[in-house]
Design a protein. Structure first.
Length: 273
């Protein structure tokens, strides 16, 4: 089936997606909606994008909107992605924060756009190795994509996802069968997943008192206004002195001045003042 997407309908859909998620789809990415949303049209027997847009705007339920957001999000991720940041976390920031906490040793870490779970699970494995005390940390993980979250909870991965995983971790924490890698329960049990839209102040407000937040490789899909809103929500969730990591190719320059960029081993960790 080849349904074409008129420019005006594209603009309507693009604006709707932006209002819902902060994701801004530029004119040059029109093909992205055309191909990915066409699949939803097929599944639901819509004849054209105009009917689908009217439905999504006026007649849809949470599930339909979730299906649309699933289609337009990019969920690329893998274990031990941007490894230097995990090293700074595990060997620099975590020992320092635990030391500061003295008696009450429970660090709260939030992976705020966790996709299919590789990021929070990497943190879980590394902290298990470093601290040997799972009760010292709690990991929360969230995403807007329901499809990504259900795959995260299942925690069975392809060889592509584990391609960067050091062998000792692969051997210790995964069981392999026919090209798939199932993550061990000991790693899974430290991570709690939930559906949270970073634009949603009410939802993000549920995360309070975080010591460390990872929000990597998601702000790149937002425009500056949406970035500012998401980062303000994250700021409110962090403890004073807490740290925010964004992707290594991203920066909070031009987004906010509320954090102090700390450079450790060439890694930038944004500290809440
Ligand atoms: C490219 S993945 C990044 C995954 C991981 N953080 C990493 O760096 O490997 C981007 C994720 O952001 C999620 N996302 C996009 N917009 C979001 C929003 N408004 N709220 C929460 N998550 C969102 C997508 O569903 C996707 O899973």
């Amino acid at each position: 089936m080849n349904i074409s997407l008129a420019d005006t309908t594209f603009t309507h859909l693009r604006d709707y997606i932006y209002e819902r998620s902060g994701i801004y789809i530029s004119d040059t990415k029109k093909y992205l909606i055309e191909t990915r949303v066409a699949r939803i049209l097929q599944e639901n027997k819509f004849n054209n994008f105009e009917d689908y847009f009217q439905f999504i705007k006026y007649g849809s339920n949470g599930k339909d909107i979730s299906r649309l957001l699933d289609a337009v999000t990019t969920n690329e991720t893998y274990f031990f992605r941007e490894m230097e940041q995990f090293n700074v976390l595990t060997f620099g920031i975590v020992p320092k924060l635990l030391e500061q906490k003295k008696d009450l040793k429970n660090l709260k870490i939030w992976s705020a756009a966790c996709s299919t779970g590789e990021e929070p699970y990497t943190i879980s494995m590394m902290l298990m190795e470093k601290l040997k005390r799972p009760e010292y940390f709690e990991i929360y993980a969230s995403d807007i994509s329901e499809r990504a979250l259900s795959s995260a909870k299942e925690a069975v991965y392809s060889s592509y996802s584990v391609r960067n995983t050091p062998d000792p971790y692969l051997i210790k924490y995964f069981s392999t069968s026919e090209q798939s890698y199932a993550l061990d329960f000991s790693v899974k049990k430290n991570v709690r997943f939930m559906n949270v839209n970073l634009m949603d102040e009410n939802k993000t407000r549920a995360f309070r008192g975080m010591d460390i937040i990872f929000c990597r490789n998601v702000l790149i899909y937002f425009d500056n206004k949406a970035k500012q809103k998401a980062v303000a929500n994250l700021y409110n969730s962090l403890n004073p002195g807490g740290y925010l990591f964004v992707g290594t190719s991203e920066s909070l320059h031009n987004v906010t001045r509320a954090f102090r960029p700390n450079i450790m081993n060439k890694v930038v960790a944004y500290q809440k003042l």
